[in-house]
Write a protein that binds this ligand. Structure first.
Ligand code: 5AD
Ligand code: SF4
Length: 473
């Protein structure tokens, strides 16, 4: 069956096929899942959150830590009975595994869960229509439609970037959206699977990014988050003759020219790729959120070197100072790994010291997880799990303290909040502060999907409360 046959067949049906997508992991996956639905909805699917009703279920997976990968197998165990039930009723179900675990261990996924029909990586989902057609063709011929999946495996890195063939974005919820500008990574930190699962660093041409930006505006987007694995490594082909390439700082200046965007963010950055242009953007572009996720991973020079991070702690401190000078109200977040092979008590203390010196608004922290295929996997200096647990608890207690202090400092301040939805409490809306805190405010539901000045009047560990400064009329 060809794609157009699927389309014409599904158009004739009154009932649309139900598509369930579960997304694990990072924002890149959230973006990819949205794009997969952009591809599939025009082929006669509609979204469902009810797995039982799903004609097709896609698991868009993460491979960054062992736990993330294991989640997939427990979810696959859970979907199997649904497929059994459907097959017994004479219906069928397509089960697809996408994302980084698919890329890293696609054949293993099919072996462990033979009822999976399709496995494809983050760089090949633009071929979904062909893959669905192929899976359906195979299924028609199969004697046992349950135990043997359709066997579609696509973990290629295509010659042309997937962005060239993806359809126009249509699936945007609310007024906040991701815009992918860069993918993959050439940094090869010794703990990380990303360079292997997502592939080499690639920056989209500026003109393509601007085209997507305009599309997001048509869809009512007011907050845009420029997205990339290593977003400030961005070096997209220039749209003019003045230069060959633009960096992230220049791109942000251009995106800020669109009046419709009221808030601009970007994620995730690498300290090594911070340029003066980017620091200047924080000074010059008021719409650029005064919040920066700048992962450092460790505060020990010895461990940073062993991690192949390509920067030391002083380099990081200097950047923090430069950003603070450019934008005094800026706040920072980071990622930390505890128990990287060879980390001792002194290294750990240096990480705690770095945290005290920087003073974070919030941060993510993880126990080091051995990932097959990465250089650190083979190290003989693995740290005991119990020790990792103790260090993580100590580090998280400090980060929690800093988060609470930061939240308290917000009380009394006025900040722009993008309201996203009705909150659980009657009459309350919830939104996001510039610092990504949840903010709860008594406000008119008409303010959902708008950016409103809010005075912060209270705080908890994980959220703020506030009141609208300018009443709607
Ligand atoms: N173990 C633990 N944490 C990891 N990260 C990446 N690889 C690993 C690993 N093997 C963390 C890093 C990175 C974040 C996305 O995940 O802190 O910044
Ligand atoms: Fe992974 Fe390091 Fe690349 Fe970030 S910079 S994606 S941690 S290899």
């Amino acid at each position: 069956m060809t794609t157009s046959e699927i389309i014409s067949e599904t158009e004739n049906e009154t009932k649309k096929k139900q598509l369930y997508i579960k997304t694990y992991g990072c924002q890149m996956n959230v973006y990819d899942s949205n794009r997969m639905s952009d591809i599939l909805l025009p082929l006669g699917f509609e979204m469902t959150e009810d797995l039982e009703k799903a004609d097709m279920a896609i698991y868009n997976t993460c491979h960054i830590r062992e736990k993330a990968s294991e989640k997939l197998y427990s979810d696959l165990g859970r979907v199997r009975p649904h497929k059994v039930k459907r097959v017994a009723r004479g219906e069928d179900m397509l089960i697809a595994v996408a994302g980084c675990t698919a890329q890293a261990e696609g054949a293993e996924v099919m072996r462990r869960a033979p009822y999976v029909d399709m496995v494809f990586g983050p760089q090949s989902y633009q071929e979904l229509p062909e893959m669905v057609a192929r899976a359906m063709r195979t299924k028609e011929k199969r004697e046992d439609p349950l135990l043997r999946g359709a066997g579609v495996l696509n973990v290629d890195f295509p010659e042309n970037p997937k962005f060239d063939t993806l359809p126009e974005m249509t699936n945007v919820e609310g007024a906040s959206a991701f815009l992918s500008i860069q993918e993959g990574c050439d940094k090869f930190c010794h703990f990380c699977v990303v360079p292997y699962t997502r592939g080499a660093e690639y920056s989209r041409p500026v003109k393509d990014v601007l085209k997507d930006a305009k599309r997001l505006i048509e869809l009512g987007v007011k907050e845009v988050t420029l997205l990339g694995q290593n977003v400030n490594a961005y070096h997209g082909e220039s749209p003019d003759s003045a230069s060959k390439e633009w960096g992230l700082g220049r791109l942000i200046q251009e995106i800020a020219e669109f009046d419709a965007f009221e808030i601009i963010r970007y994620i995730t950055s690498h300290p090594r790729d911070v340029t003066q242009d980017l620091i200047d953007a924080h000074k010059d572009v008021k719409k650029l959120s005064p919040y920066l996720h700048l992962p450092v991973q460790s505060g020990s020079n010895r461990i940073l070197k062993a991690m192949n991070r390509k920067h030391d702690r002083d380099f990081y401190f200097k950047l923090i100072d430069q950003f603070r000078e450019a934008r005094p109200d800026i706040a920072f977040s980071s990622d930390f790994i505890v128990g990287f092979p060879g980390e001792d008590e002194r290294d750990h203390k240096e990480t705690l010291d770095l945290i005290r010196r920087v003073n974070y608004a919030q941060a993510y922290s993880f126990k080091y997880s051995r990932r097959p295929g990465t250089p650190a996997w083979a190290s003989e200096q693995q740290v005991d799990e119990g020790v990792k647990g103790e260090r993580l608890a100590e580090l998280q207690a400090l980060l929690d303290e800093q988060k609470m202090a930061f939240n308290q400092k917000c009380v009394g301040q006025e900040m722009d909040v993008l309201f996203e939805r009705k909150a659980r409490h009657e009459g309350q809306l919830s939104g996001r502060s510039p610092y990504m805190q949840s903010v709860y405010v008594q406000a008119n539901p008409r303010l959902i999907n708008t950016v409103v000045p809010v005075r912060i009047i209270g705080c908890g560990n994980n959220s703020l409360t506030g009141e609208v400064v300018v009443l709607d009329n």
